[in-house]
Design a protein around this ligand. Structure first.
Ligand code: MN
Length: 197
């Protein structure tokens, strides 16, 4: 059973003007798809073929001769989580359980968005910024390249891709503008709440 590229959870033009259909076309159709294709080639005929994506990530993290498998598997997982972290007419003030948890653990929404934006801006080169749950506390985390919280026993609640391919067509080198659009207009708070239980 091969790993499959999941469909986007919305139409390709659904996130305009913050993320264009052209960006989603390349990002999902070319980049995400390439990770799926590469992963399937790498695991074909090995004992990882037929394993679930999460199991492949767990079994290859920090294994030197499995780095290519880990990188492609983690990128498949991270992108699927990123698409779900966004929605049309999203962003802005959180609602429900996560709103209370942000107030409790960050001392308010403003501090939360400052930390999330800072993590995205200061991730040198390619990577991801995350809202995660660690020891029942919310934390901001950043990971380099393909690395993912699920490889380290940390539960992700939200992610933003800060690889240049995520924003270059729409914002060129303006990573900060992209992060502001993500925070103000795209975050899917229902998705975040769905992980809080
Ligand atoms: Mn990406």
């Amino acid at each position: 059973m091969a790993i499959v590229l999941p469909d986007l959870p919305y139409q390709k033009d659904a996130l305009t003007p913050y993320i264009s259909a052209k960006t989603l076309d390349f990002h999902h159709g070319k980049h995400h798809n390439a990770y799926v294709t590469n992963l399937n080639k790498l695991i074909e005929g090995t004992d990882l073929a037929g394993e679930a994506l999460e199991a492949i990530i767990q079994k290859t993290v920090n294994v030197a001769d499995k780095a290519a498998i880990f990188n492609n598997a983690a990128q498949v997982w991270n992108h699927t989580f990123y698409w779900q972290s966004m929605r049309p007419d999203g962003g802005g003030l959180p609602m429900g359980h996560i709103a209370k948890k942000i107030d409790a653990d960050f001392g308010g929404y403003d501090n939360f968005i400052e930390q999330l934006k800072n993590a995205g801006l200061t991730q040198f080169g390619s990577g991801w910024a995350w809202l995660v749950m660690k020891d029942n506390r919310l934390e901001i985390m950043k990971t380099a390249n393909a690395d993912t919280p699920i490889a380290h026993g940390v539960k992700p609640l939200l992610t933003v891709d800060v690889w240049e391919h995520a924003y270059y067509l729409d914002y060129q080198n303006g990573r900060g503008s992209y992060l502001e659009a993500f925070i103000n207009n795209l975050i899917n708070w229902e998705f975040v709440n769905s992980h809080l239980g």
